[in-house]
Write a protein that binds this ligand. Sequence first.
Ligand code: SAM
Length: 213
Amino acid sequence: MDYKEARERMVNDQIIGRGIKDKCVIEAMLEIPRHLFVLYADRDLAYGDYPLSIGEGQTISQPYMVAWMTEILSLKGEEKVLEIGTGSGYQGAILAKLSKEVYTIERHKVLAERVEKIYDELGIKNIKVIIGDGTEGLSLYAPYDRIIVTAGTPKIPPPLIEQLGDGGRLVAPIGTSYLQMLILLEKNGEKTKITELGSCVFVPLVGKFGWKE
Ligand code: SAM
């Protein structure tokens, strides 16, 4: 299979075709080899318009969802970003391309270790994978300019709001375990503004400030 051609088709049909305009997001999605982030047997399906199973009961998000959430973050290249839910590592690779430094937290050790290997092989150095409960955030490197939660949660975990810097943006799917609303939280001083952007479906965020196991 010609993966470059598949990637171009994915970007034209699913990303540009559905209204994503941020040129940097488009370029990153043309460049990052998504097929290397899925299970070996699924490589030929990597550019399809759907999420795929990656083991441990988890998924790599649909390409459009990755593009949409990344566009909402409005990255300029200088940001420190925190991702909750490393999963396949694909979203993290896109974030690493478009920002200065990325910290990504995954609760499944097997997934986190697989992703670390992929980043090493691809020479992606400005991202650090951490095994743990992302609902508690990562106070060590806070504050963050951007936070992205890639698993569905009943409410925004309070530590994430605390660890978001002034002027920061946080994007997360909030709702029930089977349907969520993608929200953008913007922090300005003591004030936070929440905007609802549209419905989505993610696997659950499991942890102290998310769903219980
Ligand atoms: N961003 C991912 C990608 O590019 O493939 C998609 C992530 S997948 C939809 C959600 C991930 O969140 C799963 O890998 C799951 O194990 C992880 N997760 C769920 N709860 C978590 C938590 N409390 N802390 C860290 N990771 C968590």
